[in-house]
Design a protein around this ligand. Structure first.
Ligand code: HEC
Length: 97
């Protein structure tokens, strides 16, 4: 029980600090805005309005080449090497539910 409690506390600290800075999102800011509020290059959805599930699925789809519109090539380069944990952290940073 104690261990569970400790890891719960650690997890919430990690979640809270990612609200202030998510390093892996910094390279997304130019196109998507500091808080994911922009339509990137006039094409993308407003990512802060996506659900967490859709956001992560989109990123994984860009990695796998199974998701995207006419400009998916742009995103394929962006998501290269992004880990599941970083995707989760980005979703949390953007406040996605
Ligand atoms: C050079 C500009 C650019 C950068 C940098 C960029 N994106 Fe994108 N993003 C786009 C464009 C353009 C699209 C729409 C692509 C398409 O046609 O599918 C898009 C789409 C997306 C989508 C899916 C939304 C949709 O329209 O379906 C997500 C999620 C996303 N980007 C997240 C990110 C994340 C996270 C990063 C940083 C790791 C990032 N982007 C970096 C331009 C960019």
């Amino acid at each position: 029980m104690k261990i569970k409690l400790v890891s719960l506390i650690l997890a919430s600290i990690a979640l809270n600090s990612s609200l202030f800075a998510e390093p892996s999102f910094q390279k997304c800011v130019a196109c998507h805005g500091a808080n994911g509020e922009k339509v990137a290059l006039g094409k993308s959805k407003i990512i802060k309005d996506m659900t967490k599930a859709d956001f992560v699925a989109a990123l994984k789809g860009y990695q796998a080449g199974t998701y995207g519109g006419p400009m998916k090539g742009v995103m394929a380069g962006q998501v290269k090497g992004l880990t599941d944990a970083q995707m989760e952290a980005q979703a949390t940073f953007l406040g996605l539910k």
